[in-house]
Design a binder for this molecule. Structure first.
Ligand code: FNR
Length: 364
């Protein structure tokens, strides 16, 4: 594979975003924000190093204090966080890159010790997920969340809208709505976690109501052509399941198709999903149901990504762990050069080690 012949290195105009290549940096939580969950100089350097990506999708970023689920993840709800993110976007732009913010509310995947006033996490329904929350005191059992009252839901939509405004103030090029991996919007969409009987649950139409309302609120700020959305139709992470994922996600994607979004970001089933009873529906299964740019993810290397584009299965590919370890991933893929190996022990939290010290090819 060389830069001249792989479709990975063809530019792509998707919505209002003009990408010089189709090698996208996937959203990656790294738990290295500063005090008060404010992005700091270390984060600036990490993103700056990766500016050759066709597009950077930021790590998941909480839209409000209640949206947090892990230690040291950044927010986009305070003035200081907006200012911190501005230093990141300025550095990425100065290095010639583009970056969108992933908007996040974890819902039930939190813990009272992370919440304002030690309150219970909120969710569509009071269903405790199996597993453990990651807290400042180490892993602790998830708790039974508090089901949101119907009258509170417009407030959540408004928090997304404000976060989208803050992302604009912080200089991002757009936003990605995190509707994947068992967090709040995914909890509303799937019937394993949404047992509500009001207009926000029950029928698929009702379960789609919050995700679409959030999307429309975010579009009201950015225009659809700078908004993407991420879905994990087969995902079992965070104890997720759905009785009919093909219908749930197929119908939701049909709906999304009408908005003129910048892109749809779909995750393939992982080995872990398949072991845990997730549906074996690959991203390409939904290809024909979405009219815009399709970004696919999970366990791609350069050759597999090249083949997916050549076969028309996707328009672009996001890379997670390979971008952690290879700040200059596009150049390495273009040259078919050796790749650095990601160090799992430094994925979540810590300092510059395993974060900004992976060498670029030119330095190796
Ligand atoms: C992730 N993933 C993830 N997904 C997401 O939507 N928002 C996030 O903040 C994160 N955070 C995160 C952190 C770390 C350390 C890992 C390894 C993964 C999932 C990620 O975007 C991607 O889907 C997976 O890494 C699979 O893609 P790769 O790594 O096989 O290319």
């Amino acid at each position: 594979m060389t830069a001249t012949d792989s479709p990975l290195f063809q530019p792509l105009k998707m919505g209002a975003l003009n990408l010089p290549n189709r090698v996208v940096m996937a959203p990656l939580t790294r738990n290295r924000a500063g005090p008060d969950n404010v992005p700091q100089a270390l984060n600036v350097e990490y993103y700056r190093q990766r500016a050759s990506a066709g597009l950077i999708i930021s790590e998941a970023t909480q839209i409000c204090p209640e949206g947090v689920g892990y230690p040291s993840t950044p927010g986009i709800h305070s003035k200081a966080q907006v200012a911190g993110w501005k230093t990141v976007t300025d550095a990425v732009h100065a290095a010639g890159g583009r970056i969108v913010l992933q908007l996040w509310h974890v819902g039930r995947i939190s813990h009272p010790s992370l919440q304002p006033d030690g309150q219970l996490p909120v969710a569509p329904s009071a269903i405790k997920p199996a597993g453990k929350a990651l807290t400042y005191d180490g892993p602790q059992d998830f708790v039974t969340p508090r089901a949101l009252e119907a009258h509170e839901i417009p407030g959540i939509i408004e928090q997304y809208r404000r976060a989208a405004e803050n992302a604009k103030r912080a200089g991002f090029d757009g936003v990605e709505v995190h509707n994947a991996n068992g967090y709040l919007l995914d909890q509303f969409l799937r019937d394993g976690s949404n047992h509500r009987s009001d207009e926000w649950g029950g029928s698929l139409e009702n379960r789609m109501r919050l995700p679409t309302a959030v999307l429309e609120a975010v579009i009201s700020v950015w225009g659809a052509d700078r908004v993407g959305i991420r879905l994990s139709p087969s995902g079992t992470f965070n104890d997720m399941h759905d009785s009919d994922p093909d219908a749930t996600f197929g119908t939701f994607i049909d709906r999304l198709s009408g908005y003129g979004l910048a892109y749809l970001h779909l995750m393939d089933p992982s080995d872990s999903d398949l072991r845990h009873g997730g549906s074996p529906l690959p991203a390409k299964h939904f290809r024909s149901r979405f009219s815009g740019a399709l970004m696919v993810n999970a366990e791609y290397d350069g050759h597999k990504a090249d083949a997916a584009l050549r076969n028309g299965e996707a328009d672009l590919v996001s890379f997670g762990r390979l971008f952690i370890a290879n700040p200059d991933l596009p150049e390495r893929l273009a040259q078919d050069a050796p790749l650095n190996t990601p160090d799992v022990d430094t994925f979540y939290g810590g300092d510059a080690r395993g974060y900004t010290d992976y060498p670029a090819l030119s330095a190796a």
